[in-house]
Design a protein around this ligand. Structure first.
Ligand SMILES: Cc1cc2nc3c(=O)[nH]c(=O)nc-3n(C[C@H](O)[C@H](O)[C@H](O)COP(=O)(O)OP(=O)(O)OC[C@H]3O[C@@H](n4cnc5c(N)ncnc54)[C@H](O)[C@@H]3O)c2cc1C
Length: 394
């Protein structure tokens, strides 16, 4: 088997598949190597849905999010697969809650249309919610759901359509770089190329440390649950908005997804547990977290029966400042590092793939990635810490 390519991509999550897709579209001979099968459930990219939104505290993120909306729609058109569904969405929280003011400032600067709703206006429009008096909602109409599993599968299949090679069930164990190229050694083979894209998600730090690249990542074992609704018609994409619920003094958030690609209403409270060892294969469901989430759901959405249809484990790879890492490193920039997670990377996947392809082929990109540099101060101050615990909601 010819194990030589122009570019190797390590990792078949949304970022690796997007990189292979864009590189193949540029006519680059690219081989993607994945330790499991594409679509597995051990990493960060699996499940029925992910949120895509413009609601960010930063113009560069809004720019990338706008571009992501376009490119997911382009991929949907190219593949004929439904990938994105508009629902509208709300950032909920008291005015003191994290990010609320930052989102408003950015919306004004980016001319993003929005509405500010108080508790009774929210209750009027969305009677499904029971909210405290002081809650404020920032409603923005473009919030949409990405069909996560389909997005990853479509990026992978379209990458192959454009000429990429995808190798599954072959874990990379070693990485060598030199001024002339890279060598990637798996449990059963050796591959060589001019450059490598490292998109290994929560496993990235271990592999990159072999070649002296330090990634200060904290891996969190996250969990979502799908709840039964008494009247499912009230929890459909046309009746229930996507929600991110912010709390004062912490970056932990609650999130609510209407019924889509599943029979249940998806809820999540994130960043409530300490970091885990990236090589720990434990994906068992934490019952204490299920009870905490059921408690939260019962108070927020009394129309849910409390019966949980399914709970799923998933991973975050957190940087200290919760911004992504996208940069070229190694000799002659022949190692392109992609650790764009920190709980909010999926929506940008298709554009981050384009950025990685440009960094590989041109050594630079037209997109704003200054904030994601490896040598930024925000990565120097130790690892991610959860700023405060989740308060008792109501
Ligand atoms: C529960 C949950 C909800 C989320 N909600 C949202 C949301 O609503 N909106 C949003 O934008 N983002 C969201 N995110 C974040 C988003 O899903 C991630 O940022 C994104 O999926 C990261 O993709 P990735 O490709 O970097 O990682 P992964 O999908 O983990 O891909 C890394 C791949 O590398 C492979 N790999 C690792 N080591 C090796 C090796 N040695 N050899 C070969 N292959 C290897 C792994 O098997 C894996 O397939 C959420 C994340 C979670 C967990």
């Amino acid at each position: 088997m010819n194990n030589t390519a122009e570019v190797l991509v390590v990792g078949g999550g949304v970022m690796g598949c997007a990189a292979a897709y864009h590189l193949a579209k540029l006519g680059t001979a690219v081989t993607l190597i994945e330790q499991f099968r594409i679509g597995h459930t051990m990493g960060s990219s699996h499940g029925p849905t992910r949120i895509i939104r413009l609601a960010y505290d930063g113009l560069d993120y809004v720019h990338l999010a706008r571009e992501s909306f376009h490119q997911w729609s382009d991929l949907q058109l190219e593949s004929g697969t439904q990938l994105i569904l508009k629902t509208g969405g709300l950032d909920l929280g008291s005015r003191e809650a994290m990010y609320m003011d930052g989102i408003l400032r950015t919306f004004d600067a980016a001319h993003v249309p929005y509405e500010i709703l108080n508790q009774s206006e929210i209750a009027h429009r969305y009677p499904q919610f029971r909210l405290p008096e002081d809650v404020v909602g920032i409603y923005q109409a473009d919030w949409s759901m990405l069909s996560a599993d389909q997005c990853v599968a479509t990026l992978a299949s379209q990458a192959v359509v454009h000429g990429a090679k995808i190798i599954e069930n072959e874990p990379v164990v070693k990485l060598h770089t030199s001024s002339t190229g890279v060598e990637v050694i798996t449990r059963s083979n050796k591959y060589s190329a001019k450059k490598v894209v490292m998109a290994a998600g929560s496993w990235s730090a271990g592999i990159l440390a072999q070649i002296g690249i330090e990634l200060p990542l904290t891996v969190l074992k996250e969990q979502v649950s799908f709840f039964e609704a008494r009247d499912p018609a009230q929890f459909q994409p046309v009746t229930l908005p996507l929600v991110i619920h912010h709390f004062p003094g912490t970056t932990s958030v609650g999130s609510v997804f209407p019924i889509h690609n599943h029979t249940g209403v998806k809820l999540m409270l994130d960043r409530v547990t300490p970091g885990v060892d990236p090589n720990n294969e434990d994906r068992t469901i934490d019952q204490a977290r299920v009870d905490q989430l059921r408690n939260y759901a019962a108070k927020l959405l009394p129309g849910l029966t409390g019966r949980i249809i399914e709970s799923v484990s998933c991973r975050y790879a957190m940087t200290p400042d919760e911004d992504f890492i996208i940069d070229a490193a190694g000799e002659n920039g022949n190692v392109v590092v992609a650790s764009p997670c920190s709980s909010h990377g999926f929506k940008f996947g298709v554009v981050i793939g384009a950025i990685l392809a440009e960094l590989v082929t041109n050594g630079a990109t037209r997109y704003p990635i200054q904030r994601f540099r490896l040598d930024r101060p925000g990565l120097k101050g130790g690892t991610w810490q959860n700023k405060g615990a989740i308060p008792v909601f109501i």
